[in-house]
Design a protein around this ligand. Structure first.
Ligand SMILES: [Zn+2]
Length: 376
């Protein structure tokens, strides 16, 4: 078993500039500029925590390349790809669409390198060079729709890689599991009418985008039933996420029987993250990863390929990512989560009736997915 790893220094060069939280700093509003919240620091520290204790040496390094325009156009509109290029060519950069998604000078090429990195990782998995893998890419992608960037996302790398796998690698059915704290709205929208790609998003209810990711968003047309959402109340932690994995994610994967599982791997449901209010620990990510590995082993030759999405705590995201990657590569380093003792009480938080109800609603939809698949 071999685990692939994609990283490139350019991922840290995507320049998001300054802001005040997620909004523009504005002297008239009396707020000083600070480093943008989606900045390289958490990602740099993830890579260093993989490198320093020797884990990097146990991984197969997969070199990224830039996705071609033709590869981007399998997902995005021509006008949108051109928009990102135009913004990127500006000396001071621009924005991908919603006013909160900076495009730095040169970010067009970096975003292509992120999507192309994931393409290369998926290709290596399908060719059997690796069993599974992790692409520590930046900028993130899961909020980007076909024709609009949002939520710090430029190109939807996971969607581009999924379409590449179908068009070039002979895969038919692809499942996207998204456990970023925010709704994977872009990926959902791209595949909303497509039964060949199942999207499952676990996220904080009504967080970002606002009013998005409800259980009622279930796919349309041929794709009806193939979008699943588990909007969890703020404060959901280990028990709720594990319950959602067992009640929704695993049964849905079993019924869909994918050829490949792609993971939108956000760590912003971590307990110290500034961008959401969920309570996962490194141990939670480890356990959730174990479940996905088992599912991939059972269903698709172990093919579980992850793309880094959110995760904004520079000091805690790295421990969550390390736990994820140790589990993926079936190895351990000498590094343990030093904050585990601090958050032990949070992780022990029992399942609440509200969490149970939210998960229960999504569970109902899984049984409908079952009947669709078995009768088709
Ligand atoms: Zn997020």
């Amino acid at each position: 078993m071999t685990t692939g790893y994609v990283f490139h220094p350019e991922y840290l060069w995507h320049d998001t500039g300054t802001s005040a939280g997620v909004v523009l700093a504005n002297p008239a509003a009396g707020i000083a500029p600070a480093v943008h919240i989606e900045n390289p620091e958490a990602k740099r520290r993830v890579h260093e925590l993989i490198h320093a204790p020797g884990l990097l040496g146990e991984l197969m390094i997969i070199e990224p390349r830039r996705a071609t325009v033709a590869e981007l156009l399998r997902v995005h509109t021509e006008a949108y790809v051109q928009h990102i290029k135009t913004q990127s060519d500006l000396h001071g950069g621009g924005d991908a669409g919603d006013g909160y998604s900076p495009v730095g000078h040169g970010s067009y090429d970096i975003a292509r390198l992120a999507a192309g990195g994931l393409i290369e990782l998926v290709t290596a998995a399908v060719h059997g060079d690796i069993t599974n893998g992790y692409a520590l890419v930046r900028p993130p992608g899961h909020h980007a729709t076909a024709d609009a960037g949002m939520g710090f996302c430029l190109f939807n790398s996971i969607a581009v890689a999924a379409r590449h796998a179908q068009a070039e690698l002979g895969l038919a059915r692809i499942a996207v599991v998204d456990w970023d704290a925010h709704h994977g709205n872009g990926t959902q929208a791209i595949f909303y009418d497509d039964p060949s790609v199942l999207t499952i998003s676990l996220h904080q209810a009504n967080c970002f985008p606002p009013d998005s990711g409800w259980t009622t968003e279930n796919g349309v047309g041929e794709g009806a039933g193939y979008a699943l959402n588990v909007p969890l109340p703020p404060g959901s932690g280990h028990a709720a996420y594990l319950h959602a994995m067992h009640q929704v994610v695993l049964p849905a994967l079993n019924r869909f029987a994918p050829d490949l599982i792609l993971l939108a791997n956000g760590f912003d449901a971590g307990v110290f993250d500034p961008m959401a209010r969920q309570m996962l620990t490194a141990a939670s990510y480890r356990e959730m990863t174990r479940l996905l590995i088992d599912a991939a082993d059972r269903l698709c030759h172990g093919r579980l390929v992850a793309a880094h999405e959110g995760g904004y705590s520079p000091f805690y995201t790295p421990y969550c990512a390390l736990a994820f990657l140790e589990e993926l590569a079936a190895t351990t380093t000498h590094v343990t989560d030093p904050l585990a003792v601090v958050v032990a009480g949070y992780a022990a938080e029992p399942l609440t009736p509200q969490q149970q109800a939210a998960i229960g609603e999504a569970t109902q939809l899984v049984s409908r997915l079952h009947s669709r698949v078995t009768t088709s």
